[in-house]
Write a protein that binds this ligand. Structure first.
Ligand code: PGA
Length: 242
């Protein structure tokens, strides 16, 4: 079931989504969080950092596992998702040094890396709350539109739409990595709760298809209709086609 929480703009979306995540951390101090990158969750992370600084959140027992990482970007690269997470969240809060997990984009043994990461997710005993953005093409993590749903962590070719969308962060489109490691749909669906954030008109069609369209791997997010506990916090633009 997907519960929709409406927000008037990006700031309100960020505050409300942060409140949902903060409630999770407060009610279960050793929460396992599944985390996401992208422009959408930046404001959510900023609000979590604020709540931590105000003394309202304790991350000391929280562990995290991220959705995805570009293949071939070292951690130090300012567009790696490791760098993003450190920049927006990890360095600002009191998480343990070994609490954070992302795929290793530099592992040349792709099969081994996918298996390792699946093992990491399993070893955490399940994700309590998985944060998701949504691509304009309906992707979640880097599960791009496809003729099937991938179960587990895999390495895939990014869709043209995604390369174009993400080129805004790179000097040119040529510099966007063409491949990425991503959690699979099965691993995402295994999370106990899912929190999705979406804002802007560019997400309106994908949000509509996710909520009201058929469940199909052509719209990977549509599978969330089959998850028992999804909260979507979206601004008016993202909900404008409903
Ligand atoms: P965005 O990306 O937050 O940068 O729009 C979301 C996504 O592609 O999942």
């Amino acid at each position: 079931m997907i519960k929709v929480i409406r927000a008037k703009d990006y700031e309100e979306m960020s505050r409300k989504a942060a409140a949902v995540m903060a409630a999770q951390i407060i009610s279960k101090e050793d929460t396992v969080l599944g985390l996401a990158t992208g422009s959408t969750p930046e404001g959510l992370y900023a609000n979590l950092v604020k709540a931590y600084q105000a003394g309202n959140l304790d991350f000391s027992k929280v562990r995290t596992v991220n959705l995805d990482e570009y293949q071939g970007l070292p951690r130090e690269h300012d567009q790696s998702y490791y760098y993003f997470m450190n920049y927006h969240l990890f360095q600002h809060v009191n998480m343990a040094a070994d609490a954070n997990n992302l795929p290793n984009g530099m592992n040349e043994d792709i099969q081994a890396e996918c298996e390792r990461y699946h093992g990491v997710i399993e070893s955490m005993g399940g994700v309590d709350m998985q944060l998701l953005g949504i691509g304009g093409n309906g992707h979640i993590g880097f599960n791009e539109p496809s003729d099937h749903f991938e179960q587990k962590t895999h390495c895939l070719a990014l869709a043209e739409d995604t390369i174009k969308a993400n080129s805004r962060f790179f000097a040119s489109e040529d510099e966007v990595p063409r491949r990425a490691f991503s959690m699979g749909i099965g691993e995402i669906m295994a999370a106990k709760k899912i929190l999705m954030v979406a804002n802007g008109k560019g997400k309106a069609q994908a949000v509509k298809d996710m909520l009201t369209g058929p469940v199909t791997p052509q719209v990977p997010a549509s599978i969330l209709q089959f998850h028992p506990d999804v909260v979507l916090v979206a601004d008016e633009d993202a909900l404008s086609l409903l």
